[in-house]
Design a protein around this ligand. Structure first.
Ligand SMILES: [Cu+2]
Length: 310
């Protein structure tokens, strides 16, 4: 069935209806106003009207140009409200998924041990997204679903939707959240129920061509801030991190630290305790809530055995 509404979620139609109405009114008005300008320019030109006249007050006209816009604006409000109200009414049996925004990556926690960087959802099922930020303000936006909500640290925001057509759709961050904000994108993948169940039950990390520690580093987007080839990005490169010396700034002053097991663990769990000299405090957030102890073991092992390179 093709209609004028092409959004991929149940909420899209309400948004599109408001948009189409407001756009049509604006379109009709711009045509009418421009036409009127030309009419007045020609009809009331000096050539045709040698003697200027003074007018004042016209009650009929004033009533018309007050009442008609009020009605139009109230209709806009009606469409806006009718599209918006259902967005805040989450069905009681919606499937909850936790969305975590952090500089500059989205991740989706399904609560069964499955954490994904794509939002995978079953077709025609109500989904509730609980939106959390680990650091600054982000905005979670799926244009094809016509849903968008702010993701604010310390405030548990939410959204819901039901995907109504299979496919892959873009996710964007719509609050400027720092250097790589424009790269803070993702995908929503809408699957059949059977495919979704298979995906949902499969808990192993699929990428086995790379070191498991590197796979975890990639999944958690550590590489938006850390390179593997020695280049400084936002943080120090991982290249040669194992066994090397660096100066760190602590509350007690500067000291030299070696890139060993204990230091790397602390850097990941409590990044702002020892801040590498020449880099900024407060950019890297703790991964205490994100990485399991065995994930960190794998990262440490990757640094130890592969030296933090490809
Ligand atoms: Cu963001």
């Amino acid at each position: 069935m093709t209609t004028m509404f092409s959004g991929a979620s149940n909420l899209a139609e309400g948004v599109d209806r408001a948009f189409i109405f407001i756009f049509s009114v604006a379109f009709i008005f711009i045509i009418a106003i421009v036409a009127l300008i030309f009419y007045i320019l020609i009809h009331f030109s000096r050539k045709k009207n040698k003697n200027p006249q003074q007018f004042s007050g016209n009650t009929t006209l004033e009533i018309i140009w007050t009442v008609i816009p009020v009605i139009i604006v109230l209709i806009m409000f009606y469409f806006g409200w009718a599209g918006f109200a259902p967005m805040r009414k989450v069905p009681a049996d919606a499937m909850p998924i936790k969305v975590i925004g952090r500089m500059w990556v989205w991740s989706f926690d399904y609560g069964n041990g499955k954490i994904s960087k794509d939002l995978v959802v079953p077709l025609n099922k109500d989904i509730k997204l609980n939106l959390y930020s680990e650091d600054v303000n982000h905005g979670f936006f799926v244009p094809a679903f016509r849903v968008k909500e702010d993701v604010i640290p310390g405030y548990n925001n939410y959204m819901w939707f039901r995907a109504i057509s299979k496919g892959t759709y873009d996710i964007f961050c719509t609050e400027y959240c720092g250097l790589a904000h424009s790269g803070m994108t993702g995908k929503v993948i809408v699957l059949d129920n059977a495919d979704f169940d298979k995906w949902f039950a499969d808990l192993k990390v699929s990428d086995n061509t790379v070191h498991p520690g590197l796979a975890i580093i990639k999944q958690n987007a550590c590489l938006t801030c850390h390179s593997l080839d020695g280049t400084k990005i936002i943080g120090p490169s991982f290249k040669g991190i194992w066994g090397s010396k660096r100066i760190v700034v602590t509350a007690q002053g500067e000291k030299e630290m070696e890139g060993n097991d204990e230091y790397i663990r602390r850097s990941i769990l409590d990044p702002n305790a020892d801040v590498v000299k020449g880099f900024n405090k407060g950019l890297m957030q703790s991964y205490k809530e994100v990485l399991k102890a065995e994930d960190i073991d794998k990262i440490v092992d990757y640094f130890k055995t592969a030296g933090g390179q490809k």
